[in-house]
Write a protein that binds this ligand. Structure first.
Ligand SMILES: *Cc1c(COP(=O)(O)O)cnc(C)c1O
Length: 410
């Protein structure tokens, strides 16, 4: 069957290779090991001469089905899944970078990624954080030992949009590996391949899963980067098409050796979530854009951070690159309203740290997810003490509007 649409592709992917009993879902395979009738076939799998399953830490049929879906969604060449988004990021970094290498990263980062990159520094990998909304800051940070550039699409919590196209062009002409964390946009709103990213990271825990019931992460190879230019690929992994070298090294060094394997049960949950990504994103982005306009006109809201707002510094860029402006936003309240009181008085909105859930979640940023980094780094990221981050869900719009209106005018 030939199907081109985003949702059709995902819905029917499992059926493309026949499943026992005509099952429509890839079953959850919990087996750790896999039997081969002929030991030669087992040896071929180990030597990379044949595809197959060897040991559950490295691959699993249920996980492969999810990997295929992520690859399809991203328009990539291949993907590898991990237990979490963080596991996908560290496995990629440790597999590809060595002591003495230099990484340029956006300064506007998911808090744990920021902490992780500071850990990389202690391992001898230099990291420079730059304002990635302007490619010139990336250009200025390049050193002789720079290997890669890492950015997020829409940053959390202030929703800055990286200069995704400019950085892509610069990386391409300078043979730098361009890694884009697509979590906040998801492949439904944006394809990093379109701006020449070499590798894409997705936390599947967020929008792709959507139901807040399973953790997972993925790295996708786009085919855009010429791995023959990357000095850190081991000879063992210079096998097959050049576009596969990087991901093969991540599979071997990152997944096999470091062991951040996703469970087949989680892979199943996330694959089910992926089926409705497009529908959920349409609804949550529409809710978010409406709420952004509502907050903008509300006198107790001092500032709204959402790319749909015309005064947002990267509004034009977001309009051009993304299908919608996403459903993550932040607000700053005026001094009359205490952000804790406000959150406590919300009823439909859940006080919780996750994002990308079907439910609308809210959290006071400076006191929780960005607490550990300290006041100085928070200030440099534009995070005030009264900032509240909201991950807008798929509830009925009027219920959200009424809940926020009541809590703000209380
Ligand atoms: C949540 C998140 C991650 C980490 O994903 P986990 O699955 O929670 O480990 C990485 N990047 C971004 C942008 C995220 O929002």
């Amino acid at each position: 069957m030939k199907s081109e649409g985003f949702t059709t592709k995902i819905l029917h992917n499992d059926r493309q290779s026949k499943i026992e009993h005509g099952s429509l879902h890839k079953p959850i395979h919990t087996s750790v090991a896999f039997e081969y009738d002929d030991v030669h076939a087992l040896a071929d799998v180990f030597q990379g001469k044949a595809c197959g399953y060897s040991y559950g830490r490295q691959n699993n049929p249920t996980t492969s089905a999810l990997e295929d879906k992520v690859t399809l969604m991203e328009g990539g060449v291949d993907s590898v899944c991990f237990a979490t988004g963080m596991s996908a990021i560290i496995s990629t970094m440790i597999s590809l970078l060595r002591a003495g290498d230099h990484l340029i990263s956006s300064a506007f980062l998911f808090g744990n990624t920021n902490s992780l990159f500071n850990t990389l520094k202690t391992l001898g990998i230099e990291v420079t954080f730059v304002d990635a909304t302007d490619v010139n800051n990336v250009v200025a940070a390049v050193q002789a030992n720079t290997k890669a550039v890492f950015v997020e699409t829409i940053a959390n919590p202030c929703t800055q949009v990286s200069d995704l196209e400019g950085i892509g062009e610069f990386c391409e002409s300078n043979n730098l590996l361009y890694i884009v964390d697509n979590t906040i946009t998801s492949p439904y709103l944006f394809l990093p391949k379109s701006v020449k990213a070499g590798l894409i990271i997705n936390s599947l825990t967020k929008y792709i899963g959507g139901h807040g019931n399973a953790l997972g992460g993925a790295v996708t190879e786009t085919g855009c980067y010429d791995w023959s230019q990357f000095k850190n690929i081991y000879d063992n992994y210079k096998k097959g098409p050049i576009s596969n070298w990087g991901l093969l090294q991540i599979k071997k060094k990152g997944l096999r050796d470091m062991g951040g394997t996703i469970s087949p049960e989680s892979a199943h949950h996330l694959a089910i979530g992926a089926e409705t990504l497009a529908l959920r994103m349409e609804r949550s982005c529409e809710n978010a854009a409406t709420l952004a306009r509502f907050f903008e006109s509300h006198q107790t809201v001092k500032k709204v951070f959402h790319p749909s707002i015309k005064s947002h510094p990267e509004h034009e860029r977001a309009q051009k690159l993304f299908k919608h402006s996403g459903s993550l936003m932040s607000i700053e309240l005026t001094n009359q309203v205490d952000c804790f009181d406000f959150l406590n008085s919300l009823e439909a909105v859940v006080a919780s740290s996750n994002l990308g859930d079907n439910r609308t979640l809210g959290i006071p940023v400076a006191h929780t997810i960005f607490y550990e980094m300290g006041a100085e780094r928070r200030a440099s990221m534009g995070i005030s003490d009264s900032m509240i981050r909201l991950s807008i869900g798929i509830e009925d719009q009027n219920d959200l509007l009424n809940d926020f209106d009541r809590a703000l005018t209380k």
